[in-house]
Design a protein around this ligand. Structure first.
Ligand SMILES: [Zn+2]
Ligand SMILES: [Zn+2]
Length: 383
């Protein structure tokens, strides 16, 4: 449930920002572009995203049958297992120091005599004769047994609670990025794959937050659901870890489609992949570049598929063309007497393939009156 809640909650924040045009200075596209360049309506996007989330939920439920029985209350034992590993590692220390000519045992003795018993114990290969604890054996007899040193337990706790989960998370991120990069790139290399599945996501030339998961259901399953699923399984995450992982992945992908280049959004600066980066991939001129998603861009760098060069002029051209188109249709709809109807400028391959889509776009603009505004030549509430 969490990824779905996070998806819509964050999307609604961005939608609010869109509708009230709160940060026009950080917009990647103008409202005119939102209106004229996308080949799909918002409702179709919502419908397909919900379908994908239903499929995701079913896949998640199906996978929960494969989960081993969750075992709770075992944490202290698991920490002790790590403490034991640390103790065993210390066993090798005297021999390793001997290789560089240090008499570890002699040094340990001197340190212990001078009161540094713990440090002495480490150098002696993890021998702490003074560290004991009492325990009740199975036959009810009280016995004195060796105990772990405080530092061993603290380090073990750190490894168990923070280090291992961090490694699992990083592994998961790498798996998702790798999975998505190659599958995504394949979708652009193979014509059948592109036309049948991936072209749907590219109906959004001007991405917005909740369009992030607007995909063909098959693609949504293969790229997002299966990709994060494989990451979760191979990282051997617990359910609680997976809640963080799936939710973070969702938030990142929504943020990558938000349509704003915010200077203060940590998600946009934490990694080199962000809304501005992915937006290039959504443009007709950048579609064969910037395949990496959703976290890092290392595959684009390694395989040299990242966009190079200035984008400002290209964005400017897109803005102007959309504005001309909007002005043209506004004149057409109102049928202003004596004025020539401006032919909408062609924005390379952005044109809708079917005339239905085109007339739908025109119909949409009919409801917008007095479109000239201060910010982008259109009123802010056009969304
Ligand atoms: Zn693509
Ligand atoms: Zn996208």
């Amino acid at each position: 449930m969490l990824p779905i809640i996070a998806y819509w909650a964050l999307s609604m924040v961005y939608h609010y920002i869109d509708v009230y045009d709160l940060f026009p200075q950080y917009r990647l596209h103008t409202p005119a572009e939102v209106l004229k360049r996308n080949h799909v309506s918002r409702w179709e996007v919502v419908r397909d995203v919900i379908l994908q989330q239903v499929i995701q939920t079913i896949a998640g439920l199906a996978m929960s049958y494969l989960d081993p029985q969750e075992c709770l209350g075992k944490e202290e034992y698991d920490v002790a297992v790590w403490a034991q590993r640390i103790r065993l590692l210390q066993r090798a220390l005297p021999r390793m120091l001997a290789l560089v000519g240090i008499d570890a045992m002699g040094l340990a003795k001197t340190l212990s005599i001078n009161g540094h018993t713990i440090l002495g114990g480490v150098l002696a290969g993890g021998r702490y004769p003074g560290l004991t604890q009492t325990t009740i054996l199975e036959n009810g007899v009280e016995a004195i047994v060796p105990a772990f040193a405080g530092w061993e337990l603290t380090t073990a706790s750190f490894i168990y609670w923070y280090f291992i989960p961090a490694v699992q998370f990083i592994w998961g991120v790498c798996v998702v990025d790798t999975w998505q990069y190659f599958l995504h790139r394949a979708m652009h290399m193979n014509r059948w794959l592109y036309v049948t599945f991936h072209s749907r996501h590219h109906r959004l030339y001007v991405p917005y937050a909740f369009g992030a998961l607007y995909n063909h259901p098959v693609e949504g399953f293969l790229l997002d659901t299966a990709g994060t699923g494989v990451a979760f399984l191979t990282a051997r995450m617990t359910i609680r870890q997976s809640m963080w992982f799936f939710t973070c992945s969702t938030i990142k992908t929504v943020d990558d489609h938000c349509g704003y280049a915010f200077p203060w959004d940590p998600l946009q600066h934490f990694t080199s992949n962000n809304a501005a980066y992915h937006d290039i991939h959504h443009q007709s001129w950048g579609i064969k570049t910037n395949f990496s998603q959703p976290f890092f861009t290392f595959w684009d760098h390694l395989l040299e598929t990242q966009w190079r060069g200035d984008v400002r002029l290209r964005y400017e051209r897109g803005r102007e063309a959309a504005q001309r188109k909007l002005d043209g249709t506004a004149v057409q709809e109102h049928g202003v007497k004596g004025e020539t109807v401006t032919t909408p400028a062609r924005v390379s391959s952005d044109e809708p393939a079917d005339t239905n889509a085109r007339s739908r776009l025109r119909r949409k603009t009919a409801t917008f009156d007095g479109l000239k505004g201060a910010k982008h030549g259109v009123t802010s509430s056009v969304l």
